[in-house]
Write a protein that binds this ligand. Structure first.
Ligand code: SF4
Length: 366
C-alpha cells in the first residue's frame, strides 16, 4: 500500500500538531516492516475476504491464523453485525481516498466506507494490541472522511446523507462517534493550513503525544533537546507532583531510543558508518545439529529425550476447535502476573489497593 509523503490518515495527527515533521520524516530511510505491521496487513486482508463472503473457517485455515488472531476477526464481524444488524449497509472496502486538486499528493486508504440510511459510516479496523483508540475527534477518521468527501467515486455514500459516523473496531473494543459535515469541513480547513505550513522551509516543530510514531525522532532537534534536558534532570530533584509528567516524558524517550537503535542497525547493515558503533553477532544459542540423532543418543544413554507438557489454554482451544470437541472453558482462569503502571487513558480498570486504602481510613479513625 502506498503512503502519501506529506500526510495520510495515520500521520494526520502529527502533521497537524508538528508541520515541520514532514520535511524531517522525508530525510529518513524507509522503515523496515515490523511483525506487528505484517500481522495487521494480513488481518485486514482476511476481513476483506470475509466481507466478500468467504467462510471464517476457510479464512482461518488459509492464513494459518492463531486462536488470538481468529478471535480478533470474530470480534470484528460481531462489531459489524451490531453496526448493521439488518445487513442493509452498502459499502466499499479498501478504497483509496484523496483530496484531488484541493490538496495534491495527499491521500490514504479507508478500510470500509458505507451508507446506512441517512448515515455515512467510515470504519477503521485496528488489529494491534496497543491502547484503545478513541473515535471522537480522531484525526485519522476525520482525515479519511474529509478525503472520501473529495473522492468522486464515493459520491454515492455522501449524496443526501445527514450525518457521519466514524467507527474504530479494535478488538476487544469498538469506539463510535457520530459527527457532522461541518466538523469534517473544519478539519479539512485545519489540514490544508497545516500542509501549507509544512511545505515552508521554516515549518515549526512541536513535541507532543504525536511524536510517538514519528520516524524522525533520532534526527529531530526538538526531541534531542528534550532528551538532553531529561538526562540533566536528576530523578531525585523531581517533585512528586511532577512524576506523572516524568513518566510521560519517559514514554517519549523510550520511543526515541527504540527508533535510534533501529536506525543505527539499519545503517550498519547497509555498510554505512555509525561513529562509535558496530554490528556484532547476537549471543549464540546451543541447539541440536540433528534432532533425530540427538534423541537416539540420549535414549542410548538411558535418558528420555522428550518431556511432556500440558497445552496452554490458547493451544488447547485451537486443537479442540479443529477436532470439533468441547473446550473445557470452566477449567480456565485468567491470572494477572502483577500490577503495572498505565496512563489514565488506558481502558483497563485501575487496581484497587485495598491495604493502602484501609490504612488511610484507619489513620483517620484514630
Ligand atoms: S519527533 Fe516530534 S517534534 Fe520532532 S519532528 Fe517528529 S513529531 Fe515533530
Amino acid at each position: 500500500m502506498q503512503h502519501s509523503k506529506i500526510v495520510g490518515g495515520s500521520t494526520a495527527k502529527r502533521v497537524l500538531a508538528c508541520p515541520g515533521s514532514v520535511a524531517l520524516v522525508a530525510k529518513m530511510p524507509p522503515q523496515p516492516s515490523s511483525k506487528y505491521a505484517e500481522e495487521g496487513t494480513m488481518l485486514h486482508a482476511c476481513m476483506e475476504e470475509l466481507l466478500a463472503d468467504s467462510d471464517l473457517g476457510d479464512v482461518i485455515a488459509k492464513h494459518a491464523l492463531t486462536s488470538e488472531q481468529a478471535e480478533k476477526l470474530e470480534y470484528a464481524l460481531q462489531a459489524l453485525d451490531e453496526i448493521d444488524p439488518d445487513q442493509k449497509m452498502v459499502f466499499n472496502q479498501e478504497v483509496e481516498v484523496s483530496f484531488g486538486d484541493a490538496l495534491p499528493d495527499v491521500f490514504g486508504n479507508v478500510d470500509l466506507i458505507g451508507r446506512l440510511g441517512d448515515r455515512v459510516i467510515v470504519l477503521d479496523w485496528k488489529f494491534g494490541d496497543g491502547v484503545a483508540v478513541e473515535a471522537e475527534e480522531n484525526p485519522q477518521g476525520l482525515f479519511y472522511t474529509a478525503a472520501a468527501m473529495h473522492t468522486p467515486s464515493l459520491a454515492w455514500a455522501f449524496n443526501g446523507a445527514t450525518e457521519i459516523e466514524i467507527v474504530i473496531v479494535q478488538p476487544p473494543y469498538t469506539r463510535r462517534w457520530v459527527t457532522t459535515f461541518e466538523r469534517v469541513s473544519g478539519f479539512f480547513t485545519d489540514l490544508k493550513r497545516a500542509v501549507a505550513i509544512a511545505l515552508r522551509p521554516d515549518a515549526p516543530l512541536a513535541i507532543g503525544d504525536h511524536c510517538r510514531w514519528c520516524t524522525a525522532k533520532p534526527i529531530c532537534p526538538q526531541m534531542n533537546g528534550a532528551v538532553d534536558r531529561a538526562v540533566h534532570t536528576a530523578l531525585k530533584d523531581i517533585p512528586d507532583e511532577a512524576l506523572g509528567q516524568a513518566l510521560t516524558l519517559a514514554a517519549k524517550l523510550e520511543d526515541f531510543i527504540a527508533d535510534a537503535r533501529a536506525l543505527a542497525q539499519a545503517r550498519l547493515e547497509k555498510g554505512l558508518p555509525v561513529p562509535g558503533w558496530k554490528l556484532v553477532p547476537k549471543r549464540a544459542v546451543r541447539q541440536w545439529a540433528d534432532e533425530g540423532k540427538a534423541a537416539a543418543a540420549l535414549r542410548a544413554a538411558g535418558v528420555d529425550p522428550y518431556k511432556q507438557e500440558l497445552l496452554s489454554p490458547a493451544q488447547a482451544e485451537k486443537v479442540t476447535k479443529k477436532a470439533g470437541v468441547p473446550f473445557p472453558t470452566e477449567q480456565v482462569v485468567a491470572v494477572s502476573s502483577g500490577n503495572t503502571i498505565a496512563a489514565e487513558s488506558d481502558p483497563r480498570q485501575a487496581v484497587v489497593v485495598i491495604g493502602e486504602q484501609l490504612k488511610a481510613a484507619l489513620s483517620k479513625v484514630k
